[in-house]
Design a protein around this ligand. Structure first.
Ligand SMILES: [Zn+2]
Length: 110
């Protein structure tokens, strides 16, 4: 079972206490964007076998959204961090790099 530590309340929550919110760090496109930008925003999601950055909500706890960096293959959790970021903090990138040297995810890399 996937267990994530909520970065806000510190609870180590089982997957059943959480709600997945899909991919983290999406760049939103609205009025004035091209059809291709809007299409990619809606439909082109990452689905890696390995490092993934995701949104989760501690729905049966504090209720807050946060981000998790984890491996989809092994369920290893590298870090959880605030959702109030536009990219993973350097310490999160460093934690991923320590376990998965040379990782990349969209425009981010270790
Ligand atoms: Zn929480």
């Amino acid at each position: 079972m996937l267990i994530l530590e909520c970065p806000y309340c510190g609870v180590k929550a089982e997957e059943t206490e959480l709600h997945g919110g899909g991919e983290a760090h999406l760049k939103r496109f609205g009025p004035g964007s091209s059809d291709d930008e809007f299409h990619d925003y809606l439909f082109m999601k990452e689905n890696p076998r390995g490092v993934h950055l995701e949104r989760w909500r501690h729905v049966n706890g504090c209720g807050k959204w946060f981000h998790a960096a984890r491996c989809t293959q092994t369920l290893e959790v590298f870090a959880t961090y605030s959702a109030q970021t536009t990219e993973p903090p350097q310490e999160v990138k460093d934690k991923i790099s320590a376990k998965r040297p040379g990782w990349t995810w969209r425009e981010f890399e270790g």
